[in-house]
Design a protein around this ligand. Structure first.
Ligand code: ZN
Length: 289
């Protein structure tokens, strides 16, 4: 009876702890009673469990508070960089055990993708600069470069950028390695990044860019979805294009964590604005976050 009264009028105002405490007391009382009778467990047990179920649904009211503490982080960076844009290109599937290769996204949509490689230079000022431009990038990190301080790159992922796979040792003769060695380089880095950053990479970029069918096969075998290369670079403070003299829709741009980060990013920003393109995260566009 008092249980009932408490449930109807006190639930809103009483803190969850108090309610839980009361239920605990009730359970203990019920338990003592059960042991006292030392036999008929079934009847009283269900009686004791029903108020605790009631308390469960009551304590459900405060549950929004833990999820509310998660919201500030989420509201700082919107979940997607697409901003309502509906992509018109889909990532080709793995066929015959070979991961697809993309050097540019075949689209006329006014988008451009920024990728930043290696991880040699680690400066918080570069993190702040990327945020100031409002860019998110796919970061192709190699273990050899980030090993001294892998956690540094969490500053980038906190801003919405994503970490991808650029091998363990950054061997520039990657295509000359045997299949098993290539697979070990890719899989081990994917495992490392998954552990360090809490997300398994989906893309691989071979050191220096060259790839063979063997590399495509190893990428797929490690559970990754595509090889991502490029047709434009922000390099030595300027832009370099494999085709034409400006950024095209769907362009994948390569940059590096180098001392000239600010100049390279400035060159990219100027080219991006001149071409009227929006910087979108490649993983968002391809739906493979
Ligand atoms: Zn590299």
């Amino acid at each position: 009876m008092p249980r009932h009264l408490h449930a109807t009028r006190g639930s809103r105002r009483l803190p969850a702890l108090l309610a839980a405490g009361l239920v605990l007391v009730l359970i203990v009382v019920a338990g003592v009673w059960i042991f006292g009778r030392s036999g008929t467990t079934a009847g009283p047990a269900t009686a004791a469990s029903s108020p605790s179920a009631g308390a469960g649904s009551r304590t459900a009211t405060p549950t929004p508070s833990p999820s509310a503490t998660a919201t500030p982080g989420a509201t700082r960076v919107p979940a997607s960089s697409l901003d309502g844009l509906v992509p018109d290109f889909k990532l080709p599937p793995i066929e015959n055990g070979l991961a697809p290769v993309l050097t540019k996204i075949p689209t006329e949509q006014k988008v451009v993708f920024l990728t930043i490689d290696d991880g040699a230079v680690k400066r918080s000022s570069d993190v702040a600069l990327l945020a100031k431009y409002g860019y998110r990038a796919s970061l192709f990190l190699a273990n050899a470069f980030i090993a001294p301080d892998p956690a540094f790159f969490k500053q980038y992922t906190a801003g919405g950028s994503l970490v991808e796979d650029h091998s363990m040792t950054h061997n520039l003769g990657f295509i000359n390695l045997g299949y098993e060695a290539q697979k070990a380089e890719i899989c081990q880095m994917a495992d490392f990044e998954e552990k360090e950053y809490g997300r398994r990479p989906v893309f691989f970029r071979p050191p220096g860019g060259p790839y063979t069918e063997s590399v495509q096969r190893a990428v797929a075998a490690c559970g990754l979805k595509a090889i991502i290369d490029w047709e434009a670079k922000a390099n030595a403070g300027g832009m370099q294009y494999q085709v034409g003299d400006k950024l095209r829709p769907g362009e994948i741009v390569l940059m590096h964590f180098r001392p000239e980060f600010a100049q390279d990013l400035g060159a990219f920003a100027a080219a991006q604005k001149a071409a009227g393109l929006k910087v979108v995260l490649l993983e968002d566009y391809l739906g493979v976050k």
